[in-house]
Design a protein around this ligand. Sequence first.
Ligand code: NAD
Length: 310
Amino acid sequence: KAQLLDGKRISREILTELRSEIDAWHAIGRKKPHLSVVLVGNNPASLSYVGNKLKAAKSAGITSETIRLPESISQSDLLSLLESLNTNRNVDGILVQFPLPPHISERAVCDTVSPQKDVDGFHVESMGHLCQGKEGFYPCTPLGIMELLKRSGVDTFGKNAVVCGRSKNVGMPTAMLMHADGCGDATTTICHRHTPNKQMRAFVGLADILITAVGQPGLITADMVRDGVVVVDVGITRRFDSAKNAFVLKGDVDFEGVSQKASFITPVPGGVGPMTVCMLIKNTFTAARKLRGYKEREAAEESISDYDRE
Ligand code: NAD
């Protein structure tokens, strides 16, 4: 039976590591890194995701705020708010929780956040850096997946990886990291909604590492995968479970069946979700260090500029 890719445990370890780095940074008189989260409307899933992010920020020693805006806010008012956060020296990272109401362009929002504070990695400049393999802010879910595999001892080098889903925020950047030189180095195939079912079965059957980011419970069943496959299930679908008389979160993978054949598998919840959150905290700390011109070897007190001082 498969070993769990335990995102909950590994994310706790990473947050503890970050906490000690951030405490050391703070101890010499620097302001703590600060994350501003913008939340439009009252979507219950978004409220819960934002809650998890703020909780993780707190546990790592990062200060944060949630700016709540009504569903009816205009695009231009939202963009003006982002511009003011861009120039606010107390703010290191900016995150706008998606989805946004349909009258607001998510692309316009992503491209208004300053690339220096783009801790979600969705700005077109950040995406360019990702595609070029240059240093920059990479999206949190793909980063979290790579870190989860690395810390669980899963080698990706030269393996066959299949990514189901090609969204700009999850599937596509995950495939980018999985195949990239010096990163995943896997032979990577992307399947999407127009991949014929027969083809998808053929590709999935060849995967050493299978990553699904679709949002369709039951998409991947045991008969589709090979023995020893490593399975990363990114999908999250909220479904009513009549036996439990409650809503439960479901991944894309039939966990019970597939875990009989896989060597490693993520649970849902408790797999990729917590890893996504802790990569956001890591990106926020990186943003603070870069914005404030911090260099590791200049950790001495005299390198603290006035605005950085607490
Ligand atoms: P999306 O709707 O933007 O993209 C879904 C993708 O699935 C599309 O690229 C589409 O082409 C593809 N697809 C649809 N049907 C398919 C099929 N039959 N076979 C193969 N591919 C198919 O969604 P998204 O934002 O990429 O999110 C995907 C899932 O991951 C959702 O369930 C979402 O809730 C979840 N998610 C989880 C995390 C996390 O941290 N765990 C983060 C982001 C998203």
